[in-house]
Design a protein around this ligand. Structure first.
Ligand code: ADP
Length: 558
């Protein structure tokens, strides 16, 4: 039969036939309540108590908290700030604020009070939920934030916070929960509604607000649970050492809520022994933190290899700064522990790349494999990466050409609060990370530097991260930060600030000799300074601006 042209081929359906089901954190909350009510949440509180509860109890209290907050007038879009360590009450607020339609805003307690005040004012925070032990900090900036209507105080132990007659306007967190209506249920929220707000810690300029949606956080949560991502599942016992004010504790709390994984919160005690003690007692399988934390832990394990039983540990997740290859190797060879290296940013919720060893690279020899493991890995599903030169030309994935990393994806910020820093987005919609990288043919990204830290020596770019990695492979070196110092001829040359391990010695000449084998001769630092500790930012990164301010003239001074 001859068909008239108009009906052949058959018309394409204009719309697929799937439900337009909203991607919200409320669904993840309901999942924990319904399917994992017995799942455990353990917190070491500031007063030392090891507090145990369940997702069922957390869910009940979260609804009461939301109800109590709405009785206090908190409504859709209001900013509910937290100034708190990692513990179960912080988790309740993590869930209550976004699911009731308000916006969770995690304040970074390690910043200077003036900076916290700036951020809280910029965000127009209305409610602050604060640890009792952090009240003195809040008092230092509260007067500068006129938008704050109410302060709710969380005790440092399981009960109520001690009464403070001088602060009659403050409410006790447990009293707010007690005021909640047991019949309260969350209102419907849209997937594009605001869920949470986090400010960059200002390493590169004024802190900027990143506003996450329910949709972005839900998709991010799903991505963190993928097997070849962080692979969080119900059988896991997860210890977020990374603070809940640092890029949503990398999404770990929400990943646990979504999967029912046991959560272990460390509270304010973050020294190596206290963390190891929790890991052993609670049989932690996955712990996440910045390299400094793991360097401290490695030193303690090396000093007493048999003392801590970490057989339950499946992965130590490292991010925030580059994980030194020697550390990755040390954990594996000496203690049988796998390090999983990941890269991210506050602007990316934060997960960007994860260093999983793909089949295509698994046959590399041990040294090459370690090199790969110390890279930042390849993009998480739904994240796209490319790198570009100063003129914006996209560069080849050859593992050698350095350029600025650009990313895009459903949990990457499309602008900052108040439209600041518009120049961070390219015309075609990619976010410019400010990280200088190479990308190899398999897609593995290697961070060479933050663009402002890269050392420009003559026409050459020298990667401070590569030098640090090589220095930290020296047995006497605990930590090393390499930074640019002024140089009359070359404009900049590398200088290394080195912290030696306890009771260990190494001379400049020995360190230079050690480096010779692993980096090109023109990369060798022109000077070494031995220091007791390296200055850090509020999120544990090397504060190279401080090193430059202190030692930047070391090569030009006569
Ligand atoms: P801030 O920008 O205020 O320091 P972030 O925590 O968002 O706060 O920092 C993101 C930056 O941290 C990245 O741009 C990158 O420079 C650095 N970073 C994060 N993870 C890694 C990693 N695994 N290796 C090297 N650098 C990292």
């Amino acid at each position: 039969m001859h068909l008239p042209k108009a009906s052949y081929p058959p018309p394409i359906m204009a719309h697929a036939r799937m439900m337009d089901f909203p991607l919200t954190l409320t669904h993840l909350f309901d999942r924990a309540r319904r399917y994992f009510p017995k799942g455990e949440v353990v917190s070491r509180l500031a007063d030392g108590t090891l507090h145990r509860t369940t997702y069922g109890e957390i869910a009940r209290r979260t609804l009461l908290l939301a109800s109590g907050l709405s009785k206090l007038g908190v409504k859709k879009g209001d900013r509910v700030a937290t100034l708190a360590w990692n513990h179960y009450r912080h988790l309740e607020t993590y869930l209550a604020a976004p699911c009731m339609g308000a916006t969770l805003h995690t304040l970074n307690l390690r910043l200077h009070p003036d900076e916290i005040g700036y951020i809280a004012r910029h965000a127009e925070d209305q409610i602050v939920i604060v640890d009792h032990s952090l009240l003195p900090l809040l008092q230092k900036f509260r007067a500068h934030v006129p938008s704050i209507r109410k302060v709710i105080v969380m005790a440092d132990g399981p009960g109520k916070a001690p009464d403070r007659p001088e602060a009659s306007a403050e409410l006790d967190y447990e009293a707010v929960i007690a005021s909640g209506d047991p019949k309260y249920e969350f209102p419907e929220v849209g997937e594009r509604d605001e869920a949470a707000l986090c400010y960059t810690s200002g390493t590169t300029g004024n802190p900027k607000g990143v506003l996450y949606s329910h949709r972005s956080m839900t998709l991010h949560t799903l991505a963190t649970t993928m097997v070849d991502s962080l692979g969080v599942g119900e059988r896991d016992v997860v210890l977020p050492v990374v603070p809940m004010f640092h890029a949503n504790a990398w999404g770990l709390p929400y990943a646990c809520v979504a999967t029912g994984a046991k959560l272990v919160f460390p509270g304010p005690k973050l020294d190596a022994e206290s963390l190891l003690d929790l890991m052993v007692k609670e049989k932690v399988t996955l712990a996440g933190g910045v390299p400094t934390i793991w360097l401290g832990i490695l030193a303690v394990l090396d000093a007493a290899p048999k003392k801590y039983d970490l057989t339950a540990m499946r992965t130590m997740l490292v991010g925030g700064s580059a994980a030194p290859a020697a550390m990755i190797d040390g954990f594996k060879k000496r203690h049988g522990i796998d390090i999983l290296h990941a890269w991210g940013m506050t602007e990316m919720s934060p997960l960007g790349t994860i260093c999983r060893i793909k089949n295509a690279v698994s046959d590399r020899d041990d040294a090459a494999l370690l090199e790969t493991k110390a890279s930042q890995g390849f993009a998480a599903a739904f994240v796209e990466t490319r790198h570009a030169d100063d003129e914006g030309h996209v560069l080849p994935w050859d593992g050698a050409t350095m350029g600025e990393l650009e990313v895009r994806g459903p949990w990457v910020a499309s602008s900052y609060v108040g439209d600041e820093g518009k120049d961070r987005w390219t015309k075609d919609g990619w976010f410019k990370t400010g990280d200088v990288v190479t990308i190899d043919s398999e897609g593995y990204v290697r961070i060479c530097d933050r663009s402002k830290d890269v050392i420009k020596s003559g026409g050459e770019w020298i990667s401070s991260v590569a030098l640090e990695n090589a220095l930290m492979a020296h047995p006497a070196v605990l930590e090393a930060a390499v930074f640019a110092a002024h140089h009359e001829k070359w404009s900049e040359r590398p200088v290394a600030a080195v912290v030696l391990k306890k009771d260990q010695r190494a001379t400049k000449e020995e360190l230079a000799k050690h480096l010779e084998g692993s980096v090109s001769k023109i990369w060798l630092p022109d000077a070494y300074v031995f220091v007791d500790q390296i200055p850090r930012t509020s999120t544990g990164k090397f504060l190279k601006s401080k090193l430059r301010a202190t030692y930047g003239d070391i090569l030009t001074k006569k």
